[in-house]
Write a protein of this length. Structure first.
Lengths: 262, 443
């Protein structure tokens, strides 16, 4: 028995066009919603704080657990920017040979103002040409002055003690201090609008048992959030480890600078 | 909730599904800091031809290297990169052989072993090979019996010294112990082992079921719950006297004891007054005071080890067990987990973080494994440490705050596993029988 209704073919082009249009509209709505919600950011009082913000937790957890952060720098090939040859320690500036000049009548020689920048001189970073990229394991010992270090957020450095002799003798301790401070310095505490900032200088003392005391801001960078983040980094640290056994003093004074670079 | 509903609706379409997958990705760009210290642990040299030395030397070298490797703070240089000449003393040490590739290391630990008058004498040095003017960081000498156990113990001590010097003052854990439950003898008994799984030894032989062992802060006693006399009852074993010491047997079920960090109080869960509540008594069991008052079961208390003023515990007052936080006198109860099934809280030594086992999707037919999580107690933010690895439970922090030991049922049998506190370097410590509920000593 043939049933007529199965033979009927209704118009299909119209409904198909409508259906395709609705599907397209649904897809576009989904794309727009997804785009809108990822752009909306953190809305006050909205959303489940447990799910949204645990992204930040990895930073927090990783930084207060006393493990060194994992190396994850895709940009650096070597530990320093040098081409792999050992760099000598910065030589003290050689005294200029005196030119014998006829002294003028009222010439006064101004004493040369020593800027901090001249003392803490970092070698200018050399752009790494492709022929200088050295495969792992075959580069000579990368060397950098012990008082410089690099962190994700920028650079830092320090002097130890009165004339730096502590750093010569106990370089391993100085490196440990650098490591601990850079682990505890949180980039996200600095105002996100800041691109680069002048240095902020902190001074503190390390007592015999390794606890940092008397943390002072000796020179501000002009950006309050950076200053506060530097002081907070020091406050998070309980101890650097007791001072080396054969060091005669009771404490070590440290001047530490942080340089922020986004 | 509304936002979640809208997002779920848009999940059907692949474009929005891709954007939601972006939301779920964890950003692992953590603050980088300095590179790890590159450390080489050269094989120690033997100074004499005594026949008893070679096996001791072997034990010492393997133990030292694995202790430094396990510490989690060094980038250990593999032994195949070391120069051929073995330094046995500072005179034989050539800095230029070590601070260039292939070893390219920053620190070297080396030394020698000798047997003098039946005693094992070990001298070890730690050199900073990048500092040619004064490379000596540390020099130590140890004396002990000429036995394997003594060689291992000296290696642990030396490794701990190195870890403390170079790790920013936090003491190493190479000499710490882990108590756990093992059923390899047929019954669940309390066992103990070194932190690396060596030296596993049985502590109790009650012939019954023992659960949740907890070692005291001074390492002299183990409190656990036992079914040996019905109960279960809290039982106290003294490691110094090698016998049980008395503890009152309260009515009902009594389990999950926890020591306060000053060693003067014991918190445990007891149903002596009806439902399971948390009680706090002194360590002889006198004057138990109830600190919770909710039905539904309250157990697994854990004192904050830094302050002793807070207790994290598990409560089923809302149905499934969740983690709660309260002050040590029972006030200010706050709930930490919001969903699923969360058990076994354990504090980090700095009192900032809690680790616990959480099954976030709980229910029949719902796929979901139980994993170890770490949560910041102040901000309630959490991170997951284990993934796709079966049922993981009973996590416990190490005293240096860098490691977590836990029970994991992979391959169907429960074993004790250890990992770094960021979830990496997971490895099994036990293999015989089935092993449960580890607890790390306080030092």
């Amino acid at each position: 028995m043939r049933v007529e209704m199965f033979e009927q073919h209704g118009p299909w082009k119209g409904p198909l066009a409508v259906s395709a249009g609705l599907h397209l509209g649904l897809i576009l709505t989904g794309v727009l919603l997804g785009w809108a919600f990822t752009r909306a950011g953190n809305l006050w009082g909205v959303g489940n704080p447990m799910n949204e913000e645990h992204v930040v937790t990895v930073q927090m957890v990783a930084n207060a657990i006393p493990l060194p952060a994992r190396e994850n720098d895709p940009n650096s090939v070597l530990a320093t920017d040098s081409s792999g040859q050992s760099q000598p320690m910065a030589k003290p500036p050689e005294p200029e040979k005196e030119a014998i000049a006829i002294p003028g009548p009222t010439e006064k020689t101004k004493p040369e103002k020593i800027h901090r920048a001249t003392i803490y001189q970092r070698p200018a970073p050399v752009p790494l040409a492709s022929n200088k990229i050295v495969p792992y394991g075959s580069a000579p010992a990368a060397s950098a002055p012990y008082t410089a270090f690099r962190a994700a957020a920028g650079n830092g450095g320090m002097t130890f003690g009165q004339n730096g002799s502590f750093a010569d003798k106990y370089a391993w301790y100085v490196e440990g201090v650098q490591r601990k401070v850079s682990e505890n310095w949180m980039k996200y505490e600095v105002d996100p609008g800041v691109q680069t900032a002048p240095r902020v200088y902190l001074t503190f003392e390390i007592a015999r048992d390794g606890t940092p005391t008397n943390v002072q801001l000796s020179q501000s960078s002009g950006i309050p959030s950076l200053d506060v983040s530097a002081v907070r980094a020091l406050k998070r640290i309980d101890t650097f480890g007791s001072l080396p056994g054969d060091y005669p003093g009771n404490k070590v004074s440290v001047e530490f600078w942080f340089e922020y670079k986004r | 909730m509304k936002r979640t509903a809208i997002v779920l609706a848009a999940l059907m379409l692949f474009a929005s599904a891709e954007l939601c997958a972006q939301d779920a990705q964890i950003n692992t760009g953590i603050n980088k800091g300095q590179d790890r210290v590159r450390l080489a642990a050269a094989d120690f040299k033997s100074l004499s031809n005594d026949a008893v030395l070679p096996p001791l030397l072997q034990t010492f070298n393997t133990t030292l290297f694995s202790d430094l490797d396990n510490a989690g703070i060094f980038d250990m240089v593999s032994k195949s990169f070391y120069p051929l000449e073995q330094p046995g003393s500072p005179n034989e040490m050539k800095l230029d052989a070590w601070n260039v590739p292939p070893p390219n290391t920053a620190m070297v630990a080396f030394g020698n072993l000798n047997v003098q008058g039946g005693e094992l004498v070990v001298a070890g040095w730690l050199f900073d090979v990048k500092n040619s003017s004064s490379p000596l960081v540390m020099g130590k000498q140890y004396k002990g019996e000429a036995t394997d156990a003594s060689a291992r113990s000296i290696a642990h001590k030396f490794a701990d010294e190195i870890i403390q010097r170079l790790g920013g003052g936090i003491a190493g854990i190479a000499e710490s112990q882990i108590v756990f439950i093992s059923n390899r003898t047929g019954n669940k008994e309390v066992w103990m082992m070194d932190y690396d799984g060596a030296n596993q030894r049985q502590i109790t032989t009650l012939g019954s079921i023992s659960l949740s062992p907890r070692i005291s802060p001074d390492g002299s006693r183990i409190a656990f719950s036992s079914y040996a006399h019905g109960g279960p009852h809290i039982t106290m074993y003294s490691l110094e006297l090698n016998r049980f010491v008395s503890f009152p047997r309260f009515e009902g079920t009594n389990n999950s004891p926890a020591w306060s960090p000053d060693g003067t109080k014991l918190a445990f869960s007891s149903s002596m007054r009806g439902s399971s509540e948390i009680f706090i008594s002194d360590i002889s069991g006198n004057n138990p005071k109830r600190v919770t008052a909710f039905t539904g079961g309250n157990l697994s208390p854990a004192f904050n080890p830094k302050t002793g003023a807070q207790i994290a515990f598990v409560s089923g007052r809302t149905g499934l067990p969740q983690i709660y936080l309260m002050d040590a006198d029972g006030t200010n109860t706050e709930r930490l987990t919001d969903t699923g099934y969360a058990v076994s809280p354990s504090w980090s030594p700095n009192g900032q973080y809690l680790t616990f086992a959480w099954r976030r999707k709980y229910g029949p037919g719902v796929p979901g494994s139980q994993d170890i999580y770490v949560m910041d107690a102040a901000s309630r933010k959490w991170v997951q440490l284990t993934f796709d690895s079966g049922v993981n439970d009973f996590p416990c922090w190490s005293p240096d705050g860098r490691h977590i030991v836990f029970e994991s049922i992979r391959d169907g049998r429960a074993q004790i596993w250890t990992m770094l506190a960021d979830g990496t370097q997971q490895k099994a410590l036990t293999t015989a029988g089935q092993n449960f509920q580890p607890n790390w000593s306080f030092k």
